[in-house]
Design a protein around this ligand. Structure first.
Ligand code: IMP
Ligand code: MG
Length: 175
């Protein structure tokens, strides 16, 4: 398989992702047991992970979305997080779980957590499918992590390279 003339190499297959998301769902359900939870997906990269993850969380779940941008269309971040679309719910005194596809430099999640903390949620947690630990530029770790992966650019399962590759059902390294 190729994207823009570059070969793709399978890193995580869909079955492995499915099992991991079940486990994450159990852990998240335990953390928020018996309480309402607002799950906020970060568009667009988290959409597939988000859809699978919310269905593994037990209890009363509300969903909403935000869109931020730090990447443009390339493989390198601009280093600045721009808020494009806000969620439409008031999260004051609510339990909130932010869901993103991947934590890389950490700038996106750190900026989001700082911004949303100002709205006084009851509890604010973050979940990501993928974590590129070696790339961190700011001091932030997600609360729920699916897979720690090497410093390689990946696509699939919602993640894109220049808007391509989101529909692949596994995670692939762009070679
Ligand atoms: P951070 O702010 O550097 O942590 O970047 C987070 C965002 O960068 C993610 O939500 C992704 O949209 C994007 N990103 C980082 N690494 C990759 C990758 O390997 N493939 C696709 N998108 C990525
Ligand atoms: Mg993204």
């Amino acid at each position: 398989m190729q994207i823009k003339g570059r070969d793709l190499e399978l890193l995580i297959d869909s079955k492995t992702i499915e099992e991991k998301i079940k486990e994450m769902g159990r852990n998240i359900s335990m953390e928020f047991a018996g309480e309402d939870l607002y799950v906020i997906g970060i568009l667009k990269g988290s959409c597939i992970f988000f859809a699978d993850l919310v269905r593994e969380i037990e209890g009363r779940v509300y969903i909403d979305f935000m869109q931020v941008s730090s990447y443009g269309t390339g493989m390198e971040s601009f280093g600045e997080v721009i808020f494009i679309k806000d969620m439409s719910v008031d999260i004051k005194d609510r339990n909130v779980l932010i869901v993103d596809d991947i934590i890389d430099t950490g700038r996106t999640l750190k900026a989001l957590v700082e911004a949303l903390s100002l709205r006084y949620p009851k509890k604010l947690r973050t979940a990501v499918l993928l974590d590129k630990k070696d790339r961190r530029e700011v001091d932030y770790e997600a609360d729920f992590v699916g897979f720690t992966i090497p410093d390689k650019f990946v696509v699939g399962y919602g993640l894109d390279w220049g808007e391509e590759g989101r529909n692949l059902n596994g995670v692939y390294v762009v070679r």
